[in-house]
Structure formats: structure tokens, C-alpha cells
Design a protein around this ligand. Structure first.
Ligand SMILES: NC(=O)c1ccc[n+]([C@@H]2O[C@H](COP(=O)([O-])OP(=O)(O)OC[C@H]3O[C@@H](n4cnc5c(N)ncnc54)[C@H](OP(=O)(O)O)[C@@H]3O)[C@@H](O)[C@H]2O)c1
Length: 291
């Protein structure tokens, strides 16, 4: 009898996470006398960014939060966007802020990371939040890695003591993903372009998480039979069809579980962003007990 892998579809996992976020958002709304508020800054007209920005705003409204988006032309000076960010940092009515990436040429990505105050940094890209993650201190956690762990948890897939390989070491996905897996007591391997014999390394993984931005990079030769495979990549063909970094049709017969593209990691990322916005508002409204 042919065996099928468990399809790690985001639908039910997003519904479960959103239900908790919605309840927390409504409770906070009655406690504060106002909804938690997310501010989204978009620079330029990158079509994917325009769609993501709209989806984030719609999700916030659906979950009982407020949302405001700020759209600048690509020609705007970075100092103008920084000035807006500083105003939003100082505004007690704004709980979460994000700056949609990619930013146009002229913006220094490394410098922009410092603009949003760590307590309102719902993408958790600020170096302070990254450091807190690595040190195991409380702080904002980045949405895609958190969404991936929520997806694994939702489907009852254990992480502790398992060998996990993350392919990719970007600041927004690969590195924090490895850090979070380590916090959950996985044995973590991080692979990248300089990894010698990638298939030999990835075949050791019980959990394989791929975030390379290289369409169809991962085939059956990279996958240990019975592995759980999570595909973070998003690629759009000329016909508008979405696919990932993993060759789904070839790889899925080998896996015990695999996430699809679309409908896997992407929707989890937005759900995690909404949870972070409520968390930021809750933290701001809770008096600190530390000296
Ligand atoms: N679903 C979501 O919500 C979501 C969120 C964020 C990103 N994404 C998608 O995830 C993908 C990755 O995004 P990112 O921002 O992490 O990308 P990125 O900043 O371009 O980083 C890609 C990483 O993959 C590694 N890599 C690339 N090609 C490789 C290869 N052939 N072999 C081994 N390693 C390789 C690179 O290694 P080096 O460091 O050695 O160059 C780099 O560390 C993209 O498709 C992006 O659109 C999806």
C-alpha cells in the first residue's frame, strides 16, 4: 500500500493560533479601552510587498485590532521614513510597527534594523531582539521561525532531541530559526552556500527546514526517508504559479510530513505577526516588575 506524507497545511494551524490571538486582542481592547494597533510602512510599489502589506492590515482588522499603513514612493529619502518611525515609536497609541522589505536602493538595511524600538518591533529584526533570542531572554520573536514552530506543534511533531537542519542563514529566517530550534533542544545543523556536499548533510536531518530563495533546490537526494520537511521559499512563475525551494512532487513520497507552497509557512508568518502585535500591546500595558 502506498504511504502518503502528512500535509502540513496552515489552514487549521492558523485558525487555532488566530483564535487565541483574537481572544487576547478582545480582552486587551476592553482593558485598554482601545484596540491594539499595528502600523505598517511600505516604501515603493514592489507588487508582492503591496499584497503582503494589504494582507497584514486585513488580518489585523479581522482579529479586532487597529491598523494604519503608510505608503511612500520609492524616491522618498530614508530620513523621512526614519522620522515617521520615530514618531510611531513615541506614539502610545501604536503597539507594533513594521517596515516592509525589500527596501529600495538608497536604504541601508543594516541601519534600518535599529529604527523601530525593540518593544514595538513585531518583526523582531532589531539586533536587540535577535540577541535576546540567542541568549534565551524574553523579547519579540521573528514571525516566520515562530510560525514554523507553531505549525510543527499544531501537528504534534516533536522537536526536542531531534536532528534539525536549516538550509539558509539569513538574519530574518535561517539564523533565528536555528536559534529557536536550539532553544527547543533540537540538535541543529545550519547549512549555506559554502556547505560541502549539501545532500550528505541534509540527509542526516529528521527535520529539514529550507529557506534559500533558490527555487526547487531540494530534491529526493537531500532527504532522509521519514523526514519532516518545511519549505519556506516562495517563487512565482511567469504564469503566476507559486512554488517553493523544495521539489514537492519528488520529495513528498519520501517524507513523513511536508509543508506545501502555497498554504504552508506563508500564512503562519502572518498569524505569528498578529500574535506579536497583541503581545507588544500586552507587554506595554503591563507594569514592569524589574528595577
Ligand atoms: N513564507 C514566508 O513567510 C517567508 C518569509 C521570509 C522569506 N521567505 C522566502 O524564503 C526564501 C529565503 O528567504 P531569505 O530572506 O532567508 O533569503 P536570503 O536572505 O536570500 O538568504 C538565503 C540563504 O540561503 C542560502 N542559500 C542560497 N542558495 C543556496 C544553495 N544553493 N545551497 C545552500 N544554501 C543556499 C544562502 O547562503 P549564504 O548565506 O552562504 O549566501 C543564504 O543564507 C525566499 O524564497 C523568501 O521569499 C518566505
Amino acid at each position: 500500500m502506498e504511504k502518503f506524507p502528512l500535509l502540513l497545511s496552515a489552514r487549521s494551524a492558523v485558525a487555532a493560533l488566530n483564535e487565541k490571538t483574537h481572544a487576547a486582542s478582545l480582552a486587551l481592547r476592553s482593558r485598554l479601552g482601545r484596540p491594539a494597533k499595528l502600523a505598517v510602512i511600505l516604501v515603493g510599489d514592489d507588487p508582492a510587498s503591496v499584497i503582503y502589506t494589504r494582507k497584514k492590515g486585513e488580518a489585523a482588522l479581522r482579529l479586532g485590532m487597529a491598523h494604519e499603513s503608510f505608503h511612500f514612493p520609492a524616491s522618498v529619502s530614508p530620513s523621512e521614513v526614519q522620522a515617521l518611525t520615530e514618531r510611531l515609536n513615541a506614539d502610545p497609541g501604536v503597539d507594533g510597527i513594521l517596515i516592509q522589505r525589500p527596501l529600495p536602493a538608497g536604504f541601508d538595511d543594516a541601519e534600518v534594523l535599529y529604527w523601530i524600538h525593540p518593544s514595538k518591533d513585531v518583526d523582531a529584526f532589531h539586533p536587540e531582539n535577535h540577541g535576546r533570542l540567542i541568549l534565551g531572554l524574553p523579547g519579540m520573536l521573528p514571525c516566520t521561525p515562530v510560525g514554523i514552530l507553531a505549525l510543527l506543534d499544531h501537528y504534534g511533531i516533536p522537536v526536542e532531541s531531534r536532528t534539525a537542519c536549516v538550509v539558509g542563514r539569513s538574519a530574518i529566517v535561517g539564523k533565528p530559526m536555528a536559534g529557536l530550534l536550539l532553544r527547543r533542544n533540537a540538535t541543529v545543523i545550519q547549512a549555506h552556500r559554502h556547505t560541502r556536499d549539501l545532500p550528505e548533510i541534509t540527509r542526516t536531518a529528521e527535520i529539514l527546514i529550507v529557506a534559500t530563495g533558490s527555487a526547487g533546490l531540494i530534491g529526493p537526494e537531500h532527504v532522509r526517508p521519514g523526514a519532516v520537511v518545511i519549505d519556506v521559499g516562495i517563487h512565482r512563475s511567469a504564469e503566476g504559479k507559486l512554488s517553493g525551494d523544495v521539489r514537492f512532487a519528488e520529495v513528498s513520497p519520501l517524507c513523513s510530513a511536508i509543508s506545501p507552497v502555497p498554504g504552508g509557512v506563508g500564512p503562519m508568518t502572518i498569524a505569528a505577526l498578529m500574535a506579536n502585535t497583541v503581545l507588544a500591546a500586552e507587554t506595554a500595558a503591563t507594569p514592569s516588575t524589574s528595577q
